[in-house]
Design a protein around this ligand. Structure first.
Ligand code: PEP
Ligand code: MN
Length: 288
């Protein structure tokens, strides 16, 4: 345990998120899907809900690949107030309709503590985005909701800060938290962010919570999504959250990073191959 001892000094104030509190891995259930259990879980969908036609088409597409959780923003945090900031409550209703028609579960972002009850009414999982990772009022409100929480890492957050934000949610009684690495700000400008895959094994040492990776926001380029997805799984991530759109270049937000239906099919195929390889590798590892 020498390795984890060197990291454990990071978290002196931690109670609930730490392995000391709970040694076995937490499995977060979203309907009949789970994150943190056997094998990686893929969450996929558009950056934003744009229309009934768009969200239904994507729900059917992801379902056809065996995916059981769809993403889609109804309330969008945008850098410019003049950009599309989401369909709001109408977007929530469309997500709920897509779920009714296909059975896929939905995760959507909550921007404000006051919106937690309405989003919890429509969604299966509440997403707290990078920009809000240290919005403590929102974290506490999500902690009082009876829904799993997807907590994205702040773009300049250290690992201890990230885990203490999860502690805020858990300290209000909600232990169903999934962490998400989505890239951090560095000096590089060829990619939107720098995906910090070091953090995956570090979180696994320190915490029992599941951790997934968002290679869409982590890279900002669709051509980088597949290789970084596989790298994330090799680093031990419990799953992926990726953006996909029927016509990526026409997405109302983040058009550069959305996968096409063909690109998404290839990703799912590669992930399935990776899972097969991982099982064989685990078998080999236990033989030696
Ligand atoms: C998103 O997933 O829709 C999003 C805005 O991501 P992030 O909070 O990681 O920027
Ligand atoms: Mn996006």
């Amino acid at each position: 345990m020498a390795d984890s001892e060197s990291l454990s000094g990071l978290l002196s104030a931690c109670r609930l998120v730490c392995r000391e509190y709970k040694s076995e891995n937490t499995v977060v259930k979203i309907g009949e899907a789970a994150i943190g259990g056997e094998g990686p879980t893929i969450i996929a969908g558009p950056c934003a809900v744009e229309s009934e036609h768009q969200i239904l088409e994507i729900a059917r597409l992801v379902k056809s690949h065996g995916i059981r959780i769809m993403r889609g923003g109804a309330f969008k945090p945008r850098t410019s107030p003049y950009s599309f900031t989401g369909l709001g409550e109408e977007g929530l209703r469309l997500l709920a309709k897509a779920r009714r028609e296909t059975g896929v579960r939905v995760v959507t972002e909550v921007l404000d503590a006051m919106d937690v009850p309405i989003i919890a009414e429509y969604a299966d999982m509440l997403q707290i985005g990078s920009r809000n990772m240290q919005n403590y009022k929102l974290l506490k409100a999500a902690g009082r909701a009876n829904k799993p929480v997807l907590l994205k890492r702040g773009m300049s957050a250290r690992l201890d800060e990230f885990l203490m934000s999860a502690e805020y949610v858990m300290s209000e009684g909600n232990e169903q938290v999934v962490l998400c690495e989505r890239g951090i700000r560095t000096f590089v400008e060829y990619s939107r962010n720098t995906l910090d895959l070091n953090v995956i094994p570090a979180i696994k040492q320190l915490s029992h919570l599941p951790v997934i990776v968002d290679p869409s926001h982590g890279t900002g380029h669709r051509s980088l999504v597949e290789p970084m997805s596989l790298a994330a799984l090799a680093a031990g991530a419990d799953g992926l959250i990726v953006e996909v759109h029927p016509q990526p270049e026409k997405s109302w937000s983040d058009p550069e990073q959305a996968l096409s239906p063909e690109g998404f099919a290839r990703l799912v195929d590669k992930v399935n191959h990776f899972i097969d390889w991982q099982k064989q590798y685990a078998g080999l590892a236990t033989q030696t």
